[in-house]
Design a protein around this ligand. Sequence first.
Ligand code: AMP
Length: 133
Amino acid sequence: METIFTKIIKGEIPCYKIAENEKFFAFLDINPLNGGHTLVVPKKHSSYIFDMDDTDLKEMMVFAKKVAKAIEEAIPCKRIGVAVIGLEVPHTHIHLVPLNEENDLNFRKQRPQFSKEEMQKIADDIVATYNKK
Ligand code: AMP
């Protein structure tokens, strides 16, 4: 199934890429709850995280952990929050959100605005810490 995320993975739509391996891909959420809000997606399409097979699900969490550690090091925050919603885009994804307070994981909160240059700088900072790991 073709989704906006399969197009991002194939490079047909631009994104602020953070990391990828053979099976998974991470990029900044375009409408972030906080600077550094990142989405982790499987390259093989699935619509719903709990329909993934056990091996893929485990491996996606391990990949997400490495990405979360890189975000945590690059972006000042207390910890990285994790959410799965998927009501907007029917392609499994995990939200990794830098948290300073509980409300940072409130998807109805007023979202901060970032310029393209600011988004690119955030991505570059996270990529630099990811590549050190
Ligand atoms: P949900 O499916 O409810 O988990 O939400 C989908 C998320 O994908 C939202 O946080 C959107 O901001 C994000 N999103 C949608 N399109 C893009 C895109 N082209 N690049 C990055 N993030 C996106």
